[in-house]
Design a protein around this ligand. Structure first.
Ligand code: ZN
Length: 170
């Protein structure tokens, strides 16, 4: 009998969950937030998710990852989240990497790289530089193009809007 243990299954699921994170990012952009979304998954189930919300919540810490982690920890009634995978559309910042490590998340999967403030591989290498005890599994650039286009289009539209608004006031 054939056993169903496809080794490639993880990458297929990675795209599936990144698709969900993208939906959260889109939802954030509709609220005027920079479109970043995050989903925390355990045993192939969503246990927390969120879209970027610092502007709406007046909270500089309300990044998508933090919201997903808070929701998951509250749902599980546990401040540690081992055996979970966090999917996020943009390479996490320093603050979010700190939270990911504090939460003892097992694996991080991200979409687009963030050359300006990415703390996984772009600017800093938190989580893989062996300076801390917790070892984090990391997979980058899943659905990278879609994740990065969403951000680029958002900033392009915002610049256009600001330019038009500028012209109106003259
Ligand atoms: Zn962050």
């Amino acid at each position: 009998m054939q056993k169903t243990t496809p080794r490639n299954n993880s990458s297929k699921n990675d795209e599936k969950w990144m698709g969900r994170a993208l939906a959260m990012a889109l939802e954030a952009s509709r609220r005027g937030e920079v479109p970043v979304g995050a989903v925390l998954v355990m045993d192939d189930m969503i246990i927390g998710e969120g879209g970027n919300s610092p502007i709406g919540l007046h909270d500089p810490t309300a990044h998508a990852e933090i919201i997903a982690i808070r929701n998951a920890a509250a749902a599980l009634k546990n401040y540690r989240l081992p055996l979970t995978t966090l999917y996020v559309t943009l390479e996490p910042c320093i603050m979010c990497m700190g939270a990911i490590l504090h939460a003892r998340i097992d694996r991080l999967v991200y979409g687009a790289s963030d050359p300006k403030s990415g703390a996984v591989s772009s600017v800093y290498t938190i989580g893989s530089d062996e300076l801390l005890n917790h070892y984090l599994k990391i997979t980058g650039n899943i659905l990278e193009q879609t994740c990065s286009s969403l951000l680029k289009d958002f900033f392009k539209d915002r610049r256009k809007f600001q330019k038009n608004r500028g012209n109106d006031t003259i």
